[in-house]
Design a protein around this ligand. Structure first.
Ligand SMILES: [Cu+2]
Length: 170
């Protein structure tokens, strides 16, 4: 019994550190483009520590954080420019990060990067018991998101992986 408890505690506390990822968004025409999606249709949720690399493909553009054409000062690529140009920003804090192009923002060239911690299963920017309920619902319902550790199988290892991420907080 004691050994089993120790093993469980070890499983809960030994978590592989999350590796940082980089996501590439292209600027072309009057679009921010990612994974076949454009502008406000881009569905991109990343984790703290991940980066986004904006790559100019065609046209005169820039990347400015903010909404409604009002910069919020969180990041900027500088003045509008044509290719070749790249701009990388690393996101360290969970939040929504809207951004726009100063030339084409009023014509719809705007988007948002969502940054969420792994334990924030329902994505509401808070890690609390609602996330446990949401995860267990997905897990018991066979929702693909129940495969929390991404090994292709929904089993108790996913519960341990989720609780590990959840207890790490945000
Ligand atoms: Cu533009």
């Amino acid at each position: 019994m004691k050994t089993r408890t120790a093993a469980l505690i070890a499983a809960l506390t030994i978590g592989a550190p999350a590796l940082a990822d980089e996501y590439v968004i292209e600027l072309s025409g009057m679009n921010f483009a990612y994974n076949g999606q454009n502008n406000q249709n881009i569905d991109l949720t990343i984790k703290p520590g991940d980066s986004v690399r904006w790559v100019w493909v065609s046209g005169l553009h820039n990347v400015v954080s903010g909404a409604g054409g009002v910069p919020d000062g969180r990041f900027t690529s500088g003045a509008p420019t044509t290719p070749p140009k790249e701009f990388v920003h690393t996101f360290t804090t969970a939040d929504d990060y809207p951004y726009y192009c100063q030339i084409h923002g009023s014509m719809g060239m705007t988007s948002t990067v969502k940054v969420r911690c792994a334990g924030d299963f329902n994505g509401d920017l808070s890690v609390n018991t609602l996330d446990v309920l949401a995860f267990l619902n997905a897990w018991s319902g066979g929702d693909p998101r129940g495969d929390f550790n991404g090994d292709g199988t929904i089993n108790t290892l996913d519960v341990l992986a989720f609780l590990n991420a959840w207890s790490a907080g945000c």
